[in-house]
Write a protein that binds this ligand. Sequence first.
Ligand code: NAD
Ligand code: ZN
Length: 350
Amino acid sequence: MRDMDILTVTHPVGQYNVYVGEGLLGRLRELAGVDGRIALITDSNVGPLYAQAIPDAACVITMPAGEQNKTLATVNGMYEQLLAAGMDRGGVVVALGGGVVGDVAGFVAATYMRGINFAQCPTSLLAMVDASVGGKTGVDLPQGKNLVGAFKQPTAVIADIATLQTLPSEELSAGMAEVIKHGLIGDVDLFKRLEIGDSLASFQSLVTRAIRVKQLVVQEDPFEHGRRAALNLGHTFGHAIEQVSQYRIRHGEAVAMGLVAAANLSARLGYCSPDLQGRIEAALEYANLPVRIPADLPPQAQYRAMFSDKKKAAGKLRFILLRDVGDVFVADDVPETAVLETLAAVRNTP
Ligand SMILES: NC(=O)c1ccc[n+]([C@@H]2O[C@H](COP(=O)([O-])OP(=O)(O)OC[C@H]3O[C@@H](n4cnc5c(N)ncnc54)[C@H](O)[C@@H]3O)[C@@H](O)[C@H]2O)c1
Ligand SMILES: [Zn+2]
């Protein structure tokens, strides 16, 4: 077994380590430097598989799995269980699960008694490479996703890649969409391997390299004022596709289609070579991800949906475009006709 990888993420008030390796859950106290009481927060899928691997938790709080439970009602129930277990500010909240658990538990840790320590044990590929690093936490409202939240930096992130063995294959593919995105944003060599179907021999190096891209971006822009927008590559299209499909299309699949659309739009506007789209499609296909928008999603409806995305800047559509692999930039002035042409071009023929 290869040694674990350690990345040190710096943020405005300190730093924390991200550990990536096999069989790390049992070493949580040592790696995260925890000697107080542990409140373990997990979900109904992950808890039965891995909660017992975390040493001597004072309480285990299990939420029902699924995005539909990423709510203030779930948060409220957790506050009550923390109080009942006598957790105080000397304790630590540990998130064990995918991005939903991480976002909910992080928000609880940010707000319970004005904030208690927080460690992340991501168990989905998406949570390892994306959600667990960067300090964003939060929950959904009926009006939209992630509308309430807080920045809460963890004291450690422990990515035990052995947990990926039980992750359903469609969740693995969803995580690969973000890995491919990270390669496109900032790791040319990672992307070159993914486009030829080389999965880097093990998940460990794949996960570590994908985290490294997110690490560098969030260190540069901890509060999402500028550079961090790059992480939304493929997401202006992706969110619109998710919304118009009424969430029948999952986030990772929509991001995959969005990456293809971003390359198509970039080439259409003359920023990148037309070859880039095909290279991205190859990488996505190796990960069993779709590369065309289903024919039943009308381009006009997707275009309208883009305007309800909370990440648009002052009524303007914001696209992250590509000049090349590893070279992305923000464009605020993309003409409607080009967007509609792209949506038509990357749509499946009916
Ligand atoms: N905070 C951030 O910066 C950030 C970034 C990206 C995404 N997110 C959030 O992350 C969430 C999506 O995360 P996700 O894709 O991990 O979804 P998820 O947490 O719903 O996990 C996906 C499914 O896999 C199951 N699962 C997780 N790990 C498993 C394992 N090892 N074995 C078996 N089953 C396992 C879960 O129970 C769930 O059913 C969204 O709510 C999104 O908003 C947050
Ligand atoms: Zn995403």
